[in-house]
Design a protein around this ligand. Sequence first.
Ligand code: ASP
Length: 334
Amino acid sequence: MTRIMVCGMGGTIAMTATPGGGVAPALTTGELTAAVPGLAGLGVDLGLVDVRNEPSSSLRVGDVLALSRTVAGLLADGADGIVVTQGTDSLEECAYLLDLLHDGPQPVVVTGAMRNPALAGADGPANLLAAVTVAASPAARGRGVLVAFADEVHAAARVRKAHSARVSAFESAAGGPAGHLVEGSVHFGGPPPARFVVPRGERVPRVPVVVAALGEDAPVIPADAGGLVVAAFGAGHLPRWWVDPLAAAVSRIPVVLASRTLAGPVLSATYAYPGSERDLLARGLIPAGLLDPWKARILLMAALAAGAGPDQLGPAFAAAGGLDDPGRWPWPAV
Ligand code: ASP
């Protein structure tokens, strides 16, 4: 029998009403799975691990690293797939960090809910059923970490929460979902894409994201930052008065250029004014490709934790950013 382990991290999917009003995380994975019609009918051997019970806005990078180690241990012990239930607010970042550290073929599927269990039409049970279905599917093997939500399956590297409230909150701006669930089966639109796995490192540096805004002063970069991500205007553009401070930062730490539009790539060869993408890349900023600023931050943290230097960061972003040869990825292929 296929063995799937469900790891609970909290989030709306696990929330119940509090005496003072509103909801907060409370349910165990046992209570979550007991509420899913059809789960027993999948014929899957389910194991349950209550890892944390937090709103995902309070998860720390260290919590996700610990989860990643738990996942790796469960897979080493023979699990065929993993489901992670968690809050949706930071799901896209947690899933991507798990993805960068997951080097096995087994599916790891992250899900959550937008409507809490007390609401009519709560989506947690359907999403959990979908996630277990995907995790148990041979078609999902070799695809790294996936996100199952509202009967869509997204690659962790591309998914993002694109709406604060609607049930179909998740989308993959670059290319759409990787797959869909129909009548209880998962169907992928193409073969498994290239995987990008970073060696596990324990010392993850602080990497702030600074966001360009109309007429705003250049950012003050914290002295303890080990790297920086700039969420620039449009295709990678900044106020001209940001250029010198960022060029100075580049002499100390890696600075990655991403787009605050959250869709489409940073360009490399079009605009030629101070603060344009050509100007910034010539000064040593690293283009994030199709990675949005939050994904770029996760990759930069994982890469720096793995000891990546300038010779590896450019190729890493070129490959994972999706605009260049995946073969430039500086670590072993999985
Ligand atoms: N605030 C919740 C969380 O991220 C939202 C959710 O789970 O949908 O924990």
